[in-house]
Design a protein around this ligand. Structure first.
Ligand code: SAH
Length: 345
């Protein structure tokens, strides 16, 4: 395997691979359609010698599904295993007659956020573009739905801490000749990893979400340690520099933690921070996990805080929790053999 995973290659990469191996570029569309849609096209349009040559120098296997759990609301959580036996979780979420796939970008995560289950496992390694695209294809094939699922980079890992592979994966997912997920159908969520935010300028124009969680630097650093290094002020300034498409807004995700970040003082500071910006706030009630130190607010408390923001003329949505009965909700993704053994699933 000298050329790596077939699913990490952009159209341009395929062109160079075919040319370098003396294959006519007329083969390109059949080769790509065969790869992503129907392998029969290879047998019909590509000579056996070429097929043998290409399949011997590249890896065409998708990652394996090592476990599937289905929640009562239709959310499906996959445990996905790669060649080196490392595993991540990928979630297929039903949403208004469509599906969204929540993709992981790293095995574990190095950001160590205090409210996040994945963070407790540390960073094991980055995923390659092929492994990120592979998760998508596994989930898409499982859904058997006619429409391509949308993508959120909200699984395990910090996507901008692995920016070059995530960028390549987005290019492959986005290319209509390859997989064809529209750039507006993809959302990348970040803790505000500053070096990666400038890299975003070179990505296809996907939607961007910032995990905000507090408008106050000291409080935010308690939740997201990397805020000590890359402050909210710097991160917001960098986000302001990003080119946005028409009707494209930065989403500010805001975790709701009982007795911590839901006061009038928070609502005022959020208005000061976001009031002038084209922004949407996405409120996410904290999802507890085994051993977590924070508490989830009640539905009434969530509604009351939402009201405070609406009164201040902020645009707000509350994210509904999906898949919580299989620990597939936001922030609950962690490959945890022990928890599974104990029946926590
Ligand atoms: N590293 C990226 C993407 C992964 S997390 C980021 O942090 O943005 C995706 C979303 O889930 C983030 O908004 C994150 O803050 C949220 N999240 C993490 N743990 C959570 C928990 N226990 N309950 C609810 N949301 C959580």
């Amino acid at each position: 395997m000298i050329l790596g995973s077939a699913y990490s290659l952009t159209q341009q990469d395929w062109k160079s691979v075919l040319t370098s191996r003396g294959v006519s570029s007329n083969v390109l569309p059949f080769w790509i359609d065969g790869l992503y849609k129907n392998r029969d096209l290879w047998a019909r349009h590509v000579s056996p010698k070429i097929i043998e040559d290409l399949t011997s120098v590249m890896d065409f296997d998708l990652p394996e599904i090592s476990q599937v759990s289905e929640a009562s609301d239709g959310t499906v959580k996959f445990l996905i295993r790669f060649k080196d036996q490392m595993e991540v979780e990928t979630v297929l979420i039903p949403f208004h007659k469509r599906f969204t796939v929540c993709l992981s970008t790293q095995v574990g995560c190095g950001m160590n956020c205090s409210f996040c289950y994945t963070g407790t496992q540390g960073l094991k390694r980055n995923l390659t573009a092929g492994e990120i695209v592979g998760q998508y294809l596994v989930a898409r094939n499982y859904s058997k739905h006619a429409l391509s699922p949308s993508v959120v980079f909200m699984g395990q890992g910090e996507p901008l801490h692995n920016a070059s592979e995530v960028q390549k994966a987005i290019e492959v997912l986005n290319d209509p000749a390859l997989i064809g997920v529209g750039h507006r159908q993809m959302t990348l969520s970040t803790v505000g990893y500053l070096p990666g935010i400038s890299a975003l300028k070179n990505f296809p124009r996907v939607n961007v979400a910032l995990s905000l969680h507090s408008p106050f630097e000291d409080e935010r650093s308690k939740l997201i340690p990397v805020n000590g290094k890359y402050t909210l002020k710097e991160v917001v300034a960098a986000l302001d520099e990003l080119p946005l498409l028409k009707r494209q807004f930065i989403t500010f995700e805001y975790l709701l933690i009982k007795n911590f970040n839901m006061s009038d003082r928070h609502a005022d500071a959020l208005k000061d921070l976001l009031g002038e910006r084209a922004a949407i706030m996405n409120l996410i009630p904290f999802n507890p996990f085994p051993g977590s130190e924070w508490e989830r607010p009640t539905t009434e408390e969530v509604e009351a805080f939402k009201e405070k923001l609406v009164e201040r003329k902020l645009r707000v949505m509350v994210r509904t929790t999906k898949g919580s009965d299989i620990l597939a909700a936001c922030g609950q993704l962690k490959v945890n053999k022990l928890a599974r053994k104990n029946g926590i699933q």
